[in-house]
Design a protein around this ligand. Structure first.
Ligand code: BGC
Length: 491
């Protein structure tokens, strides 16, 4: 990466070509939940069932209306001067039942074309405006039909996901060069299949996360190999997957047991997924031994953490072209012995995790404690643990409550400090950081928090049927950062 001139600590200038982006996800912004033949996905089903699992039983049937209002989103993107825009494809908009078999049967049916055209237009418009698309294949919105067949719990999903990925590479890969296969497999595994907070809504403590993580890792790796062998030569793009990761520090930095606890917590939060893919095709040893020992005590015949075969390990190892990480917050960890009976992934590692009460929260009751320095630590950890990979921060953001003031001065201060930490990571720690994407371009449907949590650079007035977008102060300030390729600040 070319570094621009000498360091000047008044003007914190980023490396030439640094990517400044913002991100969204299909279900959270598109709306048009059943428009033009789109099939239902698990979030459509989950929100339509009600049952108070989502704030005020809100749905994303309309959300930001981006399916019908792409031009308005593009206006925001241009106003910001983004160099990169990350969005996801709605799997069931492209393949209503999730399988390519459906398309083959119907041929070029009208309904299929609608979904494809929508994304073609987005990609073409972005490129025409000098904005590089980064496209996520799957951001939590599994086609309902696939969930009905067992979803991520069944190994059969690996082939189905690969077919979908190949379909997308083949359809859009002539223009899309940055791909994310799965968004935050770790959040999905824990929130959906361990805790049951996300659809399908059925908790499986102690087993659900491991079982589904296992299949997601294999599905990603298979799709990466398909790209590698069938598309890379012609399309010359890059494929990875995006991990959510907090930074987890020892509660008492001087305590060896707390240090070990923090390492185990990082192993569960990030390395469970990243180590197989970036290092050796296998799970971290500490997790394998902890879960095996705990499973034995609980009377299981084998470990609740599944094993990869040697062939799978070979397939998984090295199956990513860059490291994509999404950072929101930091936690502290201390050793905490689990009573043998309790089935819970977190308990498997004998750790208690909590925030420092002195850290500010971005909004009342939020899980996001604002710790900009934690991101620098995390980046250094990734550099040291994963052989200095090229890193993209594919999401980072701070929510406001609803209603949110347009003058979000305090929130911009969080962003400013965060960008300053990125600068330190690049220049002082020599992390190969290539880009930064704010979550999110627009206020949107924040999963179980509905519209009560506003992450946008642009405010969306959800009470107005026209869903107007208005920039927060943070948008105006971020545009200046992008224009100057840096910020004013000090180290
Ligand atoms: C997800 C986004 C979500 C954001 C804020 C990330 O975990 O990828 O979909 O809106 O965090 O919670």
């Amino acid at each position: 990466m070319a570094f621009s001139s000498t360091l000047n600590h008044e003007e914190l200038t980023f490396p030439e070509g640094f990517c400044w982006g913002a991100a969204t996800a299909a279900y959270q912004v598109e709306g048009g939940w059943d428009a033009d033949g789109k099939g239902p996905n698990v979030w459509d089903t989950f929100t339509h069932q009600g049952g108070d699992r989502v704030f005020r039983n809100q749905t994303a049937d309309v959300a930001c209306g981006s399916y019908a209002r792409w031009e308005e989103d593009l206006k925001c993107i241009k106003q910001l001067g983004l160099t990169h825009y990350r969005f996801s494809l709605s799997w069931s908009r492209l393949l209503p039942d999730g399988t390519t078999g459906f398309i083959n049967q119907k041929g070029n049916c009208f309904l299929k074309i609608e979904g494809i055209d929508y994304y073609n237009k987005m990609i073409d418009d972005l490129l025409a405006n000098g904005v590089t698309p980064m496209v996520t294949l799957y951001h939590f919105d599994l086609p309902q039909h696939l969930e009905d067949q067992g979803g991520w719990k069944t190994g059969a999903i690996v082939e189905v996901f690969d077919a979908y990925a190949q379909f997308c590479f083949g359809t859009f890969g002539d223009r899309v060069k940055l791909w994310i296969t799965i968004n935050e497999p770790n959040v999905l595994a824990f929130c959906a299949y361990e805790k049951g907070l996300f659809p399908p809504g059925i908790p499986n403590p102690g087993t659900g996360a491991y079982q589904t993580a296992h299949n997601m890792i294999k599905a990603h790796a298979k799709a990466w190999h398909s790209y590698d062998s069938l598309f890379r030569k012609k399309q010359n793009g890059q494929v990875s997957l995006a991990f959510f990761s907090p930074w987890i520090a020892p509660a008492n930095p001087a305590s060896v047991t707390d240090q070990e606890a923090a390492k185990r917590a990082m192993a569960l939060a990030l390395d469970l997924f990243a180590k197989p893919i970036f290092i050796d095709g296998d799970y971290p040893a500490v997790l394998k031994s902890q879960v095996a020992a705990m499973s034995k005590k609980q009377g299981y015949l084998s470990s609740r953490l599944p094993e990869f075969t040697e062939e799978e390990k070979r397939m998984i190892k090295g199956s990513a072209d860059f490291f994509a990480v999404q950072y929101y917050t930091t936690r502290l960890a201390k050793h905490h012995e689990n009573s043998e009976k309790e089935l819970n992934c977190l308990k498997d590692i004998d750790v208690e995790i909590f925030p420092d009460p002195s850290w500010q929260v971005s909004q009342q009751d939020s899980w996001i404690h604002v710790v900009p320095w934690g991101l620098r630590k995390l980046l250094k950890y990734i550099k040291d643990t994963y052989n200095n990979p090229v890193i993209y921060i594919t999401e980072n953001g701070f929510p406001q409550g609803d209603p949110a003031p347009l003058d979000d001065t305090q929130r911009w201060e969080y962003f400013r400090q965060t960008i300053q930490e990125l600068y330190k990571a690049i220049h002082l720690d020599e992390v190969s950081l290539q880009g930064y994407y704010v979550w999110s371009l627009l206020d949107n449907f924040e999963w179980t928090e509905g519209y009560s949590s506003r992450f946008g650079l642009y405010c969306v007035d959800f009470d107005n049927p026209d869903l107007p977008r208005t920039p927060y102060k943070s948008a105006v300030e971020y545009a200046k950062v992008i224009q100057n390729n840096g910020i004013k600040g000090s180290l």
